[in-house]
Design a protein around this ligand. Structure first.
Ligand code: B12
Ligand SMILES: *[C@@H]1O[C@H](CO)[C@@H](O)[C@H](O)[C@H]1NC(C)=O
Ligand SMILES: *[C@@H]1O[C@H](CO)[C@@H](O)[C@H](O)[C@H]1NC(C)=O
Length: 146
């Protein structure tokens, strides 16, 4: 009886945790129906921030995080590990999180610059909050022109 109730309690706590994770990612990803993250194992990705316009910097870091995490989570962890190189700002729009600056270098519509997101050198079709990363992937945020 007591054991059953204990099991029930931990099941409820696990489900509440999964729901929280789902809701937490939802705010940064809108309009793309991304799946909720799986939380069972950890993966590693390479994350690079580069300035392709003025060629002023190009820095990489290896980040480990739970399977099913999003690009935005990688950026967040890198910022915590080394805020000098990987700090960033973003705004929220109808599509979710839009990256507006990396280590102080701002995207500017007048100059037609933006922070482009890439995976294995291919530009992504999803924003940082929507794109789920995979083990071994090479992610890049690159200051670019459009
Ligand atoms: C033009 C455009 C851009 C321009 C915006 C600059 C400008 N001043 O015009 C540029 C080239 C900078 C751009 C960049 C990106 N974009 Co864009 N973009 C568009 C496009 C074609 C039109 C947007 C627009 O002008 N709407 C009309 C105006 C009046 O509405 P608005 O809400 O004010 O528009 C703003 C937002 O859309 C915002 N914006 C543009 N792209 C993105 C992407 C994300 C993730 C967010 C949160 C906001 C955002 O910029 C617009 C101008 O201020 C849309 C497609 C569409 N049909 O909507 C894709 C679209 C919104 N973009 C998309 C993507 C994926 C990106 C990038 C992630 C691409 C990349 N690989 O880097 C980057 C954003 C990276 C970052 N820094 O976070 C996707 C988003 C899909 C999703 N579910 O996440 C869309 C839907 C295209 C697609 N693949 O189908 N984009
Ligand atoms: C940054 O460096 C990596 C490897 O060190 C390279 O693959 C990438 O193309 C560089 N990016 C830019 C914009 O120079
Ligand atoms: C964008 O660039 C224009 C022209 O170079 C400049 O006047 C403006 O202050 C810049 N805006 C931001 C937000 O940096």
């Amino acid at each position: 009886m007591t054991a059953d109730r204990g099991r029930m309690k931990s099941l409820v706590i696990t489900l509440a945790g999964l729901l929280l994770l789902f809701l937490a990612s939802g705010g940064l990803c809108r309009g793309c129906g991304a799946p909720p993250p799986a939380i069972f194992s950890r993966i590693g990705v390479t994350y690079t921030v580069s300035d392709s316009v003025y060629k002023s910097f190009n820095d990489s870091i290896y980040v480990t995080l739970p399977q099913g995490s999003f690009f935005f989570n990688v950026m967040d962890i890198a910022q915590t590990l080394d805020s000098r190189k990987f700090s960033f700002t973003y705004t929220l729009s109808v599509w979710g999180a839009y990256i507006t600056s990396m280590r102080g270098l701002q995207a500017n519509d007048t100059q037609r610059t933006y922070w482009q997101l890439l995976s294995n050198r291919v530009p992504l079709k999803l924003g940082a909050g929507c794109y789920a990363v995979s083990s071994g992937e090479s992610l890049e945020v690159s200051f670019s022109k459009y």
